[in-house]
Design a protein around this ligand. Structure first.
Ligand code: TPP
Length: 287
């Protein structure tokens, strides 16, 4: 069997872009590795996959990857990904995005793509902050936590991205962490494999911005926090809301069967093609 590091290197563009922009210990590298292993495990060819991002630390992922890639504008990866998928439905289209990119400036695209059950996979690296631009708060920054734009503590309630995706119509929703990297890869593979709109939320660490301001310690300490606070979905289903207080659930959180957008769109195309062919037949007969 191929060594995991070889698998990862097979999909990187090393000469072009390395060294990378991420801080040492950043969870984004683990999330990227998990995604690469998921794609490799599914046996997809590089040309069968398109990875699309907006702007931010997480959004740098496609820059390093040797697939079809698009590094677009802030908040707009889902709009670009939708276009790519409709232009070439055979592609597996994956969006990688941060909590600011996906849920603040890009929030509307997110809910509507989920509502449409657009056939794309969204991998959200949730580090609870705008990492790249100086630690401003995002829609997932927890109440009371500090950010450069919340120096007295966050007073806004935060989004639960998984619950938001489910409520908006997503047909596969999962959550993992960069600590549980093997499980994360499995969840990503499940999401990529199935049609419809899928979300994998990845709980990650930004120790340089969020961690420093909130005195949460080193990268290692923040990643161990994930281990201590994550509860598998199977265990959580037997726990009371009180027991789950302060914890978060990992695993598959929601699955549903609904027609995907691409399938429905194709049905319209097929209907009009069939009608056109019928008309052409009439012209030939009457002529
Ligand atoms: C239209 C626009 N507004 C603002 C910015 C500045 N900007 C770039 S990245 C970013 C936030 C990124 O945060 P997040 O998506 O959480 O990603 P992270 O860096 O934490 O991975 C912002 C506000 C921009 N590039 N374009």
């Amino acid at each position: 069997m191929e060594q995991q590091s070889n698998i990862t290197h097979k999909y990187l563009r090393p000469k072009k872009k390395f060294p990378n922009v991420w801080c040492p210990g950043c969870g984004i590298g683990i999330a990227m590795g998990a995604m690469i292993r998921a794609i490799d495990g599914l046996g997809l060819q590089k040309d069968d996959v398109a990875i699309v991002s907006g702007i931010g630390c997480t959004a740098r992922i496609p820059v390093y990857l040797d697939f079809n890639t698009l590094h677009t504008t802030h908040g707009r990866p889902i709009a670009f990904a939708t276009g790519v998928k409709l232009a070439n439905p055979k592609l597996k289209v994956i969006v990688v995005s941060g909590d600011g990119d996906l849920l603040a400036i890009g929030g509307n695209h997110f809910i509507h793509a989920a509502r449409r059950n657009m056939d794309i996979t969204v991998i959200l690296v949730n580090n609870y902050i705008y990492g790249m631009t100086g630690g401003q708060y995002s829609p997932t920054t927890p109440v009371t936590k500090l950010a450069s734009t919340a120096p007295y503590g966050m007073i806004e309630q935060s989004f639960d991205p998984a619950a938001l995706a489910k409520a908006s119509g997503a047909t596969f929703v999962a959550r993992g962490t960069v600590y549980h990297a093997t499980q994360l890869s499995r969840l990503m593979a499940q999401a990529i494999e199935r049609p419809g709109f899928s979300l994998v939320e990845v709980i990650s660490n930004c120790h340089t911005q969020y961690g420093r301001m909130n005195r949460e310690g080193s990268a290692v300490k923040m990643i161990l926090w994930q281990k201590e606070h994550a509860v598998p979905a199977t265990v959580a289903s037997k726990m009371t809301p009180e027991q789950l207080e302060g914890k978060f659930v990992i695993g598959v959180l929601h699955e549903a069967q609904k027609p995907g957008y691409v399938e429905e769109y194709q049905k319209i195309i097929d209907r009009f093609r069939a009608a056109d062919e019928e008309k052409l037949g009439e012209v030939v007969v009457s002529g």
